[in-house]
Ligand binder design. Structure first.
Ligand SMILES: *Cc1c(COP(=O)(O)O)cnc(C)c1O
Length: 431
């Protein structure tokens, strides 16, 4: 398998290079130069396969013989070692629950696959790989859990003091082993700027093998295609017009769905569901891509003003608005509408949906009010217990999964540092 940069199709690299570098130097994004079509036989008989077998088939056909079969099997086993069940609210409305992993959000799939792939590519190196990550919350938790105890890799997570939720902080600071948390007395941007300086610093690069766990790494995108197949497997009436509604921010999840369709999954439509950060729905309406500063909402993992995967979406459609519009329709909703939806979903179906999923629900409902008799699937991207300050005023007490409840009893371990690069560098050299 080779990958090209969305900025230059002639700039081909190996999968190893794409994963270890994250980003091409020309500031495009890596894309597979060939998207395979899965056999009709596999799609027709998909109910016969376990999630693991589906994952192995799909990933295997994309990355080819890049990795020995037995190794790829074990990587896939680690990636999908928790289920992605479909819960039906009614005949037309289904929820694909992607929150059964360690950090209770869909990002676990991508983070776990990336961790396994990086560990594999670092084999045979006598120096361990040091991953630096700046996080504003959710990504750090998934990355920490994904790399936890992965051989040959150490992870250093920088997070802004007092600016992540208590539970998110516990997810970063209580694992120990190969995961180290640094509490930076500043903002997310300060954390990110320290990480950027570290990659440019000669002393640190001499002493460590540094890498990043960037959210647009192709290793995070590919495994997100898998659960679209897993959802299809679980649906009855497979012949009906299939629609996925995807609560979106950076549009990695939706882009992975587009790849699944290119591989042969019979998807009728993708719905780009956003909060007030409506850049893509606006683009789909007007044909004009106009990034703007992000605004804060209650579905904060989608507060993105310039979605990074838009480059990949354009690439898939040859930058033609008309062809993108055939596959994707967009809707956006306010916080008020989202809160109301959380209440309606609970009253109508007895289902507790998190704020991100609720945006997906609204968008599916809007689409289905126009296009009748469709099989609608909402991607529920996180567990509602991650958002208690939003959920509890609407629904009262929320059931908290045991693994989340246990976290609050664990003791936080983090080193406190200022926002200066010198402080960070001193800490790294001493560590
Ligand atoms: C990251 C995230 C999203 C947005 O996903 P993208 O792939 O960036 O579009 C949606 N919901 C939750 C809960 C997330 O953590």
């Amino acid at each position: 398998m080779q990958l090209y940069s969305t900025k230059n199709r002639n700039n081909l690299v190996s999968l190893k290079e794409a994963i270890m570098r994250s980003l091409p130097a020309d500031r495009g994004l890596y894309m597979p130069d060939h998207i395979p079509t899965l056999s009709q036989n596999f799609i027709t008989h998909i109910e016969q396969y376990t999630f693991e077998e589906i994952a192995f088939n799909v990933i295997g056909s994309v990355i080819g013989d890049e990795i020995p079969t037995a190794k790829l099997r074990s990587i896939v086993e680690e990636t999908v070692n928790f289920p992605a069940p479909v819960v039906s609210l009614d005949d037309d409305t289904h929820v694909l629950e992607l929150f059964h992993g360690p950090s209770l959000a869909f990002k676990d799939f991508g983070a776990r696959f990336m961790a396994q792939m990086m560990s594999y590519y670092n084999r045979g190196e006598n120096q361990e790989l040091t991953i630096l990550v700046a996080t504003s919350g959710d990504t750090g938790g998934a990355v920490a859990a994904g790399f936890y105890k992965v051989p040959g890799v150490r992870v250093i997570i920088l997070y802004p003091s007092g600016k992540v939720s208590e539970l998110q902080e516990k997810q970063l600071t209580t694992l120990g082993e190969n995961i180290t948390a640094l509490e930076i007395d500043g903002t997310f941007d300060d954390c990110q700027s320290i990480v950027k300086s570290a990659f440019l610093d000669k002393d640190l690069n001499d002493k460590y093998r540094l890498s990043s766990a960037n959210s647009i790494n192709i290793a995070r995108l590919l495994p997100q295609s898998l659960y679209y197949f897993e959802a299809y497997k679980q649906l009855k009436d497979k012949g009906r017009h299939l629609v996925f509604s995807i609560p979106s921010g950076n549009f990695g999840n939706l882009t992975a769905g587009l790849l699944a369709k290119r591989m042969g999954l019979p998807v009728g439509k993708f719905i780009a569901a956003t909060n007030a950060n409506d850049i893509v729905p606006e683009y789909l309406k007007s044909g004009e891509y106009a990034p703007k500063p992000s605004v804060q909402t209650i579905s904060n993992a989608m507060d993105v003003g310039n979605p990074s995967n838009f480059q990949r979406m354009e690439d898939l459609y040859g930058s033609t608005w008309n062809s993108m519009k055939k596959d994707i329709v967009g809707y956006s909703y306010s916080d008020g509408q989202t809160k109301e939806a959380i209440k309606v979903i609970h009253d109508k179906y007895g289902y507790v949906m998190d704020p991100h999923g609720a945006v997906g629900y609204l968008a599916l409902e809007a689409y289905q009010s126009v296009v009748k008799n469709t099989n609608g699937v909402i991607l529920e991207t996180a567990h509602p217990a991650k958002f208690l300050p939003v959920m509890e005023p609407i629904l009262g007490d929320i059931d908290i999964p045991q693994r989340l409840a246990l976290l609050s009893e664990k003791i936080k371990v983090a080193s406190s540092l200022s926002t200066t690069f010198e402080d960070f560098k001193g800490w790294m050299i001493a560590s």
